[in-house]
Design a protein around this ligand. Structure first.
Ligand code: IMP
Ligand code: MG
Length: 173
């Protein structure tokens, strides 16, 4: 199966980029604590790798969401499949995602989380596909901007498979 995958971003490049993101985040959050929110399942790889490189105090929580009306303009809200365990009131929240595509999921998620009165919310994503954006989302930390191609690996799946690839690839049919 791995034969059908073209490497878009190598393991080394991802590793280096995660370090750069962590360096910037460590600077920006100097003297603060970060409450990392991992968006399951895709965000789990980048969240763990990033967390290991953070030197400011970190707490972590996990959330799983799915969009209603997948891919349709009328898509209303995000459905919470698994909610956070802890309150985010007063916390400096950093949401970590694998990819921002249309932006619908994160747009709705951020609106929802603001109602819980955090001190701040920032967004970090490993990948950004701005060409496909429908909902405007402010991304504070971006790993790589990629073209409109379907990618797998490092958390991103193709029919739930290939998340475990240590690099970002494109499936070649
Ligand atoms: P959106 O930004 O609301 O459109 O949704 C983003 C979600 O769609 C991501 O969290 C991924 O789960 C999924 N997704 C978007 N583009 C890709 C891709 O190229 N490969 C795998 N999953 C993707
Ligand atoms: Mg995701």
């Amino acid at each position: 199966m791995a034969d059908n995958i073209k490497v878009l971003i190598s393991e080394q490049e991802v590793e280096q980029k995660v370090q750069e993101l962590a360096d910037q985040i460590n600077k920006d959050y100097q003297g603060k604590e970060i409450h990392l929110i991992c968006v399951l399942k895709g965000g789990v790889f980048i969240t763990c790798e990033l967390a290991k490189k953070l030197t400011v105090p970190v707490t972590m929580d996990f959330m799983s969401v799915s969009s209603y009306g997948d891919g349709q303009e009328s898509s209303g809200r995000v459905k919470i499949v698994k909610d956070l365990d802890d309150s985010i009131a007063g916390k400096d929240v950093l949401i970590v995602e694998d990819i921002i595509d249309s932006g619908r999921t994160l747009g709705h998620l951020i609106d929802l989380l603001y109602t819980r009165k955090p001190n701040s919310i920032k967004l970090c994503t490993l990948l950004d596909k701005p060409d496909r954006r429908v909902t405007d989302v402010k991304v504070d930390y971006t790993g790589f901007v990629i073209p409109d191609e379907f990618v797998v690996g490092y958390g991103l799946d193709y029919a739930q498979k290939l998340r475990n690839l240590p690099y970002i690839g494109v499936v070649v049919e």
